[in-house]
Design a protein around this ligand. Structure first.
Ligand SMILES: Cc1cc2nc3c(=O)[nH]c(=O)nc-3n(C[C@H](O)[C@H](O)[C@H](O)COP(=O)(O)OP(=O)(O)OC[C@H]3O[C@@H](n4cnc5c(N)ncnc54)[C@H](O)[C@@H]3O)c2cc1C
Length: 390
């Protein structure tokens, strides 16, 4: 049988993870990235145990553990008192793999180091694809095109492949603005080993260490319709952030004021899609299921996608359309649940009324003690999953 040739559009975490996974199954892969280099924005990622199991399947778990920070629990605190509301166990003892916090650039490097240079074409902005019975064609902004046995759209939230297959999407502004920043740990050493979330009226703040604990990453979310740009690289003013959180506890304020630089973006929600692919083309990662960040599953589910895609292609390499449909059937219910769960969590995290927050916190503690999965956040269905057991 001839080795299948698969073209992946997008050289982010999803595109490179899929390339590594497919190559491990002997597939001839090319990655087409619009940027002039493979790079990631300066921000962190929380990878939950299901993501570490996917990295294990890709042979990269130990490398990831070496550059990230292992997180055996994550703590939820009150915006005002800083008191603990709940603690979520995320340990390998409970879930069969650790949770990890990692710098996005370090994560991308793990995959890049596994791929020969010739696999990736840079400055390759895909403008659309065409799907034929036995092959698919991707077209690029410079007028070039490539033909492959299948095309995978891993080109992120504003996917050109998705638009080509299904038309333009209609994201919904959530009314929430986010700020992010990185803090050298010596400027704010109190949180060196903790993954923390503070919940308050109209907003919440998340922080965790990355890069072997040298940096602290924070993301601060707040209900506001004063900013609607979705870009992740727009710089922001420190004073605006500090003003927004002025009534929050001192630990949060000291942390927010210590960052080296600030970025802000507006959060958009997208409904789960009814289909991801047609014929010899499909989507993967944010292109298929971008989700709000409240369950920390954007990258984690993307890594799972990459593993499942490669498994299904390896099963029927001579019938790629069938492989892609099986991949979609395996992935869509789980990613849909994560998308809807993340959206629901948005409301719970930002309750404005003190009574509603009191009730939520009581329910969280009750769930941790008596709930079906004995976790404050009801996340075992996410963390228990092992992509290798499919
Ligand atoms: C600040 C922030 C914090 C986050 N925190 C977490 C977290 O804690 N845990 C978690 O699991 N997830 C998190 N996420 C979500 C996670 O980053 C995404 O889900 C993940 O990056 C998706 O990977 P992807 O490869 O699908 O898309 P991207 O990472 O967006 O990669 C897409 C790639 O495609 C390229 N591209 C785009 N268009 C084209 C085109 N037309 N032609 C060619 N190339 C193209 C882009 O340049 C890019 O390299 C966070 C996201 C942000 C922004």
């Amino acid at each position: 049988m001839k080795t299948p040739r698969i073209a992946i559009i997008g050289g982010g975490i999803g595109g490179l993870a899929a390339a590594v996974a497919l190559r491990a199954h002997g597939v001839d892969v090319s990655v087409h990235e619009r940027s002039a280099e493979l790079k990631e924005i300066g921000a962190g990622l929380r990878l939950t145990p299901n993501a570490l199991k996917a990295l294990r399947a890709l042979g990269l778990e130990n490398e990831a553990m070496a550059v990230g920070v292992r997180m055996d629990r994550s703590v939820t605190r009150s915006w005002r008192s800083n008191g603990i509301i709940s603690t979520q166990d995320t340990s390998a003892t409970r879930y069969g793999a650790s949770a990890l916090t990692i710098h996005r650039a370090d994560m991308l490097d793990l995959f890049r180091q596994r791929l020969p240079d010739q696999v990736t074409s840079l400055n390759a902005q895909c403008t659309g694809i065409e799907v034929h019975e036995d092959f698919a064609v991707a077209r690029f902004a410079d007028g070039s095109e490539i033909e492959a046995n299948a095309v995978i759209g891993a080109d992120g939230i504003h996917s050109a492949v998705r638009e080509s297959l299904f038309g333009a999407d209609k994201p919904r502004f959530t009314g929430c603005v986010c700020w992010r920043g990185l803090i050298p740990i010596d400027r704010y050493p109190h949180a060196a080993n903790a993954s923390t979330r503070w919940l308050g009226p109209h907003g919440h703040v998340v922080s965790y260490p990355v890069r072997r604990g040298e940096l602290l990453n924070f993301v601060a979310h707040y209900d506001s319709d004063a900013w609607t740009e979705e870009s992740w690289t727009r710089e922001a003013e420190r004073d605006e952030l500090l003003h927004t959180y002025a009534r929050w506890n001192d630990a949060v304020l000291r942390m927010l004021e210590s960052a080296e630089g600030y970025f802000k973006w507006a959060l958009y929600d997208r409904a789960p899609m009814d289909a991801w692919g047609k014929g010899r083309a499909t989507l993967l990662g944010d292109a298929a299921h971008s989700m709000l960040p409240y369950l920390s599953q954007g990258s984690s589910m993307t890594l799972e996608d990459a593993c499942v895609l490669a498994q299904e292609v390896a099963r029927t390499p001579s019938d790629l359309a069938d492989s892609l449909r099986r991949y979609e059937r395996a992935r869509m219910p789980r990613t849909r649940r994560a998308q809807l769960g993340s959206s629901a969590r948005a409301k719970e995290n930002h309750l404005a009324s003190p009574l509603a927050r009191f009730r939520r916190d009581l329910q969280t503690r009750w769930r941790a003690r008596f709930g079906a999965d004995r976790t404050p956040d009801g996340v075992s269905w996410i963390y228990d999953y092992d992509v290798a057991s499919l």
